[in-house]
Design a protein around this ligand. Structure first.
Ligand SMILES: [Zn+2]
Ligand SMILES: [Zn+2]
Length: 258
């Protein structure tokens, strides 16, 4: 029997948890975002449970098939499983392979990547603002530095003719619209209402941002407690009505074919 062709060009949400409490209580999973572009697999932000979510995904996602792991920043909801995912990518450390991309402060004094697992990786590349990077068929550009307590970058990339971006944790600022002007944007929206002094987007920020960028499709993710309580899919519907653009709320295990 002919083996079915491996699925290509998709994005799968291994988690949609945002910030501390949704992660700690696992009200949503925190496994990150698995991306396949023309057969190249990369994983963005493997938070706690990423390895479990890969094993439980249908079809199963094999960490040994990863070419790269990208950390947008060093917060635990984004990197809790980085070490075990490196072990997975390198087949238990027996195969020196794969690339890890991360901001410099993720590997400085209080490193989130153990020396032990760092040695397994073929390439460790420090990311900075507004640069181009590539691994296999996956090419991405980093954003400007975000307004977040640690060094944080979002990214954008292309799948066939579609441009896609991941707007990671940040406070709102106008220039976000200059970078995240893609066909599809995945927006990390932690809060329903503005909360002073905490560097995350709230739903009003997202509306302001989407009114400027007007993407074909916006996907909300990285939900904190207040967003979950307000039912993200209802908030997405409402926002979609307000701005006249497609807005959906991601859910754990959601897959997007491109
Ligand atoms: Zn976060
Ligand atoms: Zn964060």
């Amino acid at each position: 029997m002919k083996k079915a062709a491996k699925k290509e060009n998709f994005i799968k949400f291994l988690g949609t948890a945002g910030a501390r409490f949704v992660m700690i209580k696992q009200l949503r999973a925190s496994g990150g975002i698995w991306i396949n572009v023309s057969g190249t697999n990369v994983l963005v932000d493997p938070g706690p449970g990423s390895i479990v979510r890969c094993a439980n995904a249908r079809p199963r996602l094999d960490p040994a098939a990863l070419e790269a792991i990208i950390l947008t920043h060093r917060h635990l909801d984004h990197c809790g499983d980085i070490n075990v995912m490196i072990e997975g990518m390198t087949e238990g450390g027996f195969k020196k392979r794969g690339t890890v991309f991360c901001p410099r402060d993720a590997i400085e004094s209080d490193t989130v990547i153990l020396q032990h697992t760092r040695d397994f990786v073929q390439r460790l590349e420090v990311i900075g603002p507004g640069n181009d990077y590539s691994v296999g068929a996956f090419k991405f550009r980093t954003s400007m530095r975000h307004l977040h307590p640690v060094e944080t970058y979002g990214l954008k990339f292309r799948v066939k003719k579609t441009s896609i971006s991941i707007l990671a944790d940040t406070s709102y600022f106008e220039e976000l619209a200059d970078f995240y002007n893609t066909d599809i944007v995945i927006v990390f929206v932690a809060f329903l209402k503005p909360r002073a002094g905490v560097d995350h987007l709230c739903l009003d920020d997202v509306q302001r941002f989407l009114e400027r960028t007007r993407p074909k499709k916006a996907i909300l993710s990285h939900f904190g407690m207040t967003m979950l309580a307000a039912k993200p899919h209802l908030q997405a519907e409402e926002l979609s009505r307000r701005i006249g653009r497609e807005v959906i709320a991601a859910y754990d295990g959601m897959s997007l074919d491109l």
